[in-house]
Write a new protein. Sequence first.
Length: 273
Amino acid sequence: MNELALTESFSLRQEFCKDENLSVLEKVGELILLQGGEFGTIKQVADFYKVPIETIKTVVRRHNREIRKDGYKVIQAKGFEKFHNETLEIPNRGLAIFPRRAILRIGCLLRDSPIAQQVRSYLLNIEENLTPQSEQTLKYLVDQLDQHAVQLIENADGLKSQAEQLHSQTRMIKAIVDEIYLNRNRIGNAENKIQEHDHRILALEKLSEEPQEKDPYIISEQIAILKERVKVKGNPCRIWSKLKSHFGITRYIFLPRDRFREALDWLESHSFE
């Protein structure tokens, strides 16, 4: 798999940006951190990847929610002095600090940094020693398929032709699954994923044949997609309770249409085990 796949796929970054892979940072360069070695400033991250600070700021703006889950935060002077025995000039807006996992994720997102390219290559080499190449390809294709399907819901222009392309990709994934999966549990998981996308295709085809509604809330096809995603994640009652609390709704039909993709991303990025 090409190392640029990590810059495009959220699910691949989730798989690779984990504690057991943090040692990759020391293999590609000299990472200088604050005292204690757990956090680095934005300047230290930029120096490590040999890019301008503005480049790091751009990556953080575009992927802020993803990077914050790794522990990235902005702290004020008083909070910094409390936890770090170090004297730094801290701007009025606070000091941005990055834990090691966030620094590793930055390496997965920077396109033009030679150091970041080495980071991604090391990560892929590690994974190739543990996971068959065909399985990596499948995960990448499924992630791309998921992103494509969400974009189709948001962009009604050319909906039917794009849905046909999506259906073609789904058939290709089915063929890959038939060839590379021997473990029954993995086959079951892959089939559930494919069924979910088949349901989306049917919903998209119906949507393309119906006039667009002016109602601000999600429509029945989108409700069906959300329910199927909740069912696949397991423990539907518990997940629905968390979802309605997070979005401040009492029923699926009260979810604003412009927050539909946010709800899909929220379900994808949370673990409910």
